[in-house]
Design a protein around this ligand. Structure first.
Ligand code: IVH
Length: 682
């Protein structure tokens, strides 16, 4: 067998395994392998596809990692329009809907319905030709949407190819024939937990959080760079088809069963209802369990099950007569916005916050709610003086859901982001492609305050007694201007402050002193480098071992570290090139701050170095050699790429050795390899 044949075999095995694990993870919620193992499989497949581009199938799992950015989305016309639904809010209105249907059909008998949760996400259309996913689009105006194919391809719940028969289909489940062409429709959503984690990460990295899961899903899907979408935890529930050639269904139930058999995710709460009373019971029951569901819904949808009846019922305006959205009553409270203030975060991001007449929402008094950014305010048309409905989103964060426009007096004032920072007077800028406005002032007291509070926070150096209030007091009194100043504070200075007694002053000084030997990852996180959250800080700490080594890293080196992309790499390298930051780090060292040693290569020159093995090694197995490289901070790939640093050629090395020679890559024989690793271990 040729090299390529072997690779083709391996690609096939990897693809099957990754598809299987994707399904276990995303659809069945029952992963069998660790994320790290999964990443290994993906990397191996990626490397093989780079080496043999002809082996990269259009439905390869690697295709889900995203493609280079677009300039804008192209318009796409849907084959059949994407409609909206008539709304109902009570059992009475639901009965009226049933009466209307039966009157229209001239039928005395009860109608069989299908009842479904009304998912709160973003409607999309997926176009499959001969089983292959070709174009995906947003709803748009119902007739023409935006082409978001590249982004949709990154969503694990969307099959890239409809299988002709599935090995993992439940036993006895017939997989319907794959149609010539079919439009599959559903809702792209972000689950609550994934949303909370994403926001936590964004906040830790100095990014503005999303208002709610729906916005997070919409924002993630409308990215021009699909590599960004690929990192967002999106999922999709399918609930309908549009145009279909080469298949015929009799009922909505059949449609959903086929979608499920083809590998689409169909919501598990969907069920048939024998008559309208059963639909109403479902409406109440789902209303009760709604808050406990892993995803957000805003009602239920009732659909006539029989497709021939649907056809007879037809449409009024842009809504079908055969379906009804039954919304849940809002659980929000009404209140008045007195003012919109602007808060400045540690990275200079400006967050508008509504200051409201306090109201009790879900048992908690709420007087403030973040309005996230200018776009969000414009979209909801929120003005100062407006009466609004406030809800607690994702269980905790208060959110302004909507404006009660009927109560407007005309005296309400629109909000505009200030052009100068309210805290320091520096210019406010809005970078291309960002929702956030930022203050560019280096000496902005708000940023100083937030940076120091972040430094001392739980995830950072965890300095007890140094909360926001104390930091503000210290900054306002001119005692500190950066985190390093903390270590030069004296008891006398603290006692000069208002409401600080002897005891609390000495406690604070002791806590500051105790923080002088932090774990390196805590210190890296505490520095507040943009895009560096706790997980990235850990990875940097274990890769570099010391702050000095990290500070010397180039963006190219950093990018070789797992999960670190160009944006993060540039941010890290940029941080350590900034003289002000270097001065703070130098001052920290002078103050005696010394991170604990990390049990990893201290100045590992193998850090970020990539190795390819070819041929047979005699002194250890490939697996052992790989572990050795990794223990020294390097990594191993199976194919030679642009970033390969060394090719280790054992006996009977093949085409990779030739390629390495052609590409001018450093070639080590077994001896030289061991010599290199020995040098590093001493
Ligand atoms: S059926 C003609 N089913 O609600 C049928 N829609 O107000 C149209 N939605 O744009 C859609 N869950 O975004 C249907 N189970 C469900 C749904 C659902 C959420 C959304 C969808 C649509 C909007 C209509």
């Amino acid at each position: 067998m040729t090299n390529k044949d072997t690779a083709a075999e391996r690609v096939k095995t990897l693809k099957t395994a990754i598809d299987y694990h994707n399904r276990r993870y995303h659809q069945l919620d029952a992963p069998e392998i660790t994320d790290a193992k999964y990443d290994d499989l993906m990397r191996e497949l990626q490397a093989l596809e780079t080496e043999f581009p002809s082996l990269a199938a259009p439905d390869s799992p690697t295709q889900r990692v995203g493609a280079p950015p677009l300039n804008k989305f192209a318009p796409v016309a849907h084959l059949t329009p994407m409609l909206s639904l008539a709304n109902a809010f009570s059992a009475e209105e639901i009965r009226e809907f049933d009466l209307r249907c039966r009157r229209f059909l001239g039928s005395e008998a009860s109608i069989r319905y299908i009842v479904e949760p009304k998912l709160d996400g973003l409607a999309v259309n997926l176009d499959y030709e001969r089983g292959a996913f070709v174009v995906g689009s947003t709803r748009g105006d119902g007739t023409v949407g935006e082409d978001v194919t590249l982004n949709l391809r990154t969503i694990p719940a969307i099959p890239l190819v409809i299988p002709r028969g599935r090995d993992d289909a439940p036993e006895g489940a017939a997989v319907p024939t794959v149609p010539e062409r079919i439009e599959v429709r559903g809702e792209v959503c972000m689950e609550r937990e994934a949303f909370r984690n994403l926001n936590r990460r964004r906040e830790a990295e100095g990014e503005a959080p999303f208002a709610n899961p729906r916005n997070a899903a919409a924002g993630s899907l409308r990215q021009l760079d699909s590599r960004v979408t690929a990192k967002r935890p999106l999922t999709m529930f399918c609930y309908a088809i549009g145009a279909a050639q080469g298949v015929a269904f009799r009922t909505q139930g059949e449609v959903l069963r086929a979608l499920s058999a083809w590998g689409f995710t169909v919501n598990e709460l969907i069920k048939p209802a024998a008559d309208i009373e059963e639909c109403i019971r479902y409406y109440h029951r789902i209303g009760e369990i709604r808050d406990g569901l892993p995803y957000e819904i805003d009602g239920i949808v009732i659909k006539v099950d029989d497709l021939s009846l649907q056809e007879r019922l037809g449409f009024v305006a842009r809504s079908p007569r055969w379906a009804l959205a039954c919304k849940f009553a809002s659980i929000g409270e009404q209140t008045l916005i007195d003012a919109i203030i602007v808060q400045v975060g540690r990275t200079g991001v400006l967050t508008p916050v509504a200051v409201m007449r306090p109201v009790r929402v879900g048992g908690v008094m709420v007087g403030r709610a973040t309005l996230h950014n200018q776009d969000e305010i414009d979209r909801k048309d929120i003005r100062i003086g407006d009466t609004v409905i406030v809800q607690r989103a994702g269980d905790v964060i208060p959110e302004v859901v909507e404006v009660v426009k009927a109560l407007r007096t005309g005296a309400e004032e629109p909000f505009v982001m200030p052009m100068l920072c309210p805290e320091c007077g520096s210019r406010i800028v809005r970078l291309d492609g960002e929702a956030a406005h930022r203050c560019i002032g280096m000496a902005c007291p708000a940023q100083i305050r937030e940076r120091i509070a972040h430094f001392a926070s739980r995830g950072g150096l965890d300095i007890e007694g140094l909360g926001e209030k104390m930091v503000t007091q210290l900054v306002t009194n001119g005692l500190i201007a950066d985190p390093a100043d903390l270590y030069f504070l004296t008891g006398e200075q603290l006692l000069g402050l208002e409401r600080i007694a002897d005891k609390s002053a000495s406690n604070l000084l002791a806590a500051i002193d105790r923080s002088k030997t932090p774990a390196l990852d805590r210190l890296i996180y505490a520095l507040g480098i943009r895009h560096v959250g706790e997980a990235t800080a850990k990875r940097l700490s274990s890769t570099y071992g010391t702050l000095t080594a990290l500070a010397a890293a180039t963006p190219e080196e950093l990018e070789k570290i797992r999960d670190i992309g160009p944006e993060v790499a540039t941010s890290i390298a940029g941080f350590f090139r900034e003289p002000t930051n270097l001065r703070v780090i130098e001052k920290l060292t002078r103050a005696g701050l010394a991170p604990r040693e990390v049990s990893r290569p201290q100045t590992a020159p193998l850090t970020g170095k990539s190795f390819v093995f070819t041929g047979t090694l005699h002194r250890m197995s490939r697996g052992e050699a790989k572990a050795l490289v990794e223990s020294l901070g390097g990594y191993v790939t199976s194919a030679i790429t642009k970033t390969t640093d060394y090719v280790v050629a054992g006996d009977a090395a093949g085409s990779k050795l030739d390629k390495a020679r052609r590409d001018g890559i450093a070639i080590l024989d077994e001896e030289a390899f061991f010599a290199l690793t020995r040098d590093q271990m001493q």
